[in-house]
Design a binder for this molecule. Sequence first.
Ligand code: ASC
Length: 231
Amino acid sequence: AMEGYRGFLGLLVSALLVGFLSVIFTLIWVLHYREGLGWDAREPEFNWHPVLVVTGFVFIQGIAIIVYRLPWTWKCSKLLMKGIHAGLNAVAAVLAIISLVAVFDFHNGKNIPNMYSLHSWVGLIAVILYMLQLLLGVSVFLLPLAPLSLRALLMPIHVYSGLLIFGTVIATALMGVTEKLIFSVKNPAYNTLPPEGVFTNTLGLLILVFGALIFWIVTRPQWKRPKEPNS
Ligand code: ASC
């Protein structure tokens, strides 16, 4: 059990480190290589999009997925842990919405078309599914309304769609990084491997590794919260 616990801690610390680094890399990208942050319907407003989406939709959602795995929370009530799981996901949802407002506002201010790229299609689908997942999760599992039979029926679907949405968000982030670099990195061009290209490709790798660590942690059966009878 001690071995398993140390393995868990090692992976948890790695995930937190890689996730935190992803957020820091995103900030350095927009503040150092790009135009900084602002709310002016120009590039600094767009730059909130990667910052908010990596912070909320990638990092906070990843943590929300594994909160039940933290062994020191196993003595906390299940209801409290559900509240934390839902609360973190709600924060991520709000940041995702603001990040979309930033993009649309920037596009409209500069007369750039909306919703033509694969990144935008998959990303919008992910945000819509995330909202539905949050609403369904709160109404079925958090509020004391649904019967146990309905909870038992929907739990495997909730787990499956949660991981599907998280994986989709990771894929969408990689598409977003790629299209932004192809749109924006000129003299020296992206295809000459300039520092911004190397740095931001590395950000993409960090996001992917964060997703891989969260996926590993959450799929270890031995690290699951012990199930109390009748819950
Ligand atoms: C819940 C909860 C669970 C599941 C279970 C049905 O609300 O806390 O562990 O639903 O009761 O599988």
